[in-house]
Write a protein that binds this ligand. Sequence first.
Ligand code: TPP
Ligand code: MG
Length: 356
Amino acid sequence: MAVTGEARATKSRSRDADSGAGDSSATERPTSALSAEQRLELYRKMVLIRIFEEACQRAFRKGQIGGYLHLYIGQEAVATGFLESFQTGDKVITAYRDHAHALLLGSDPKAIMAELFGKGTGLVKGKGGSMHLFDVERGLMGGYGIVGGHIPLGVGMAYALAYEGKKNIVQLYFGDGAIHNGGFHEGTNLAGLWGKGGLNPCLFILENNQYGMGTSIERATAMTDLGAKFDSYGIEHEKVDGMDVEAVIACARRATERVRESGVPYAIEVNTYRTVPHGAADFIERYRTKEEIQEWRKRDPIGLLEQKLLDSGAADETQLTTIGDEAKAIVDEAVKFAEESPEPSLDELMTDVYVD
Ligand SMILES: Cc1ncc(C[n+]2csc(CCOP(=O)(O)OP(=O)(O)O)c2C)c(N)n1
Ligand SMILES: [Mg+2]
């Protein structure tokens, strides 16, 4: 059985992983020396995200999910790698490609799917939808649809953690498109400043997937070295290959430790790619070529890990198939739950609108 059409199809492609797109020569590729069991666990997580996203796409096309829907397909290694370093009490804040973050932090897949379906049993009672997932108990502080708007919020959360004397950090995810918005510049300016006093334990995770909707980086800015934009605000930074989950993990472990210990912000520019259109309603992509997408798919994060597992003998085809089947069962159950759940009740209309 195929784990997913997409994931398993990458198996043969990943052999010529070093060709063309996604070239990570300028980025660090440390090895994380993970055990076979840890690698299998990562695989399990990324396959669940992929299958969950594929099910969302189908539900969207059937009209079961309304509003906007943005998938994380191709970028799974980023959140999977960074959240491996998450500790209780840390905060996570991200933009609208947020399903993976919720799944990885342990939110119930049934409640996430019901949220996307706008049902009363959803993670935020059907009031947030795909772009606004919250699970405050687990550290997920949202899900935001305003590009760059959440960056100052994340910086403020990091300040609060330091002010309260906690040894926790904020993982603040945002896209390459957000780096041109005022929120980025105002937020990072304060982060750099407060960091001088050890008061901003914020890890900026710039998910550079090469495009903001249909606009490439080259068409968005004259200064295309995005990581270097952090220099303006005195925030140190590095790059990592976001298609290689083990490289992400090694980088994340070092970076989170550094921010946790110092209270000084730090930034990672993650080189990644979404292999699906910007939003689930987008079918035509005039801004990039099929060949470019194919080149990046050769470095699909799930395909790369799968090949590593098979080549090293850490897993065989049967085990990988079982992992796929298990993920599919979880996602099928989530879809069924969402389908059968009731709409939010009318008396919920005015609750949770403002904080009491
Ligand atoms: C302030 C604001 N401007 C414009 C938009 C419309 N918009 C939605 S997504 C998007 C692109 C953002 O790209 P990026 O930050 O790189 O994230 P990605 O979609 O690549 O994950 C834009 C311009 C918006 N939601 N908010
Ligand atoms: Mg982008």
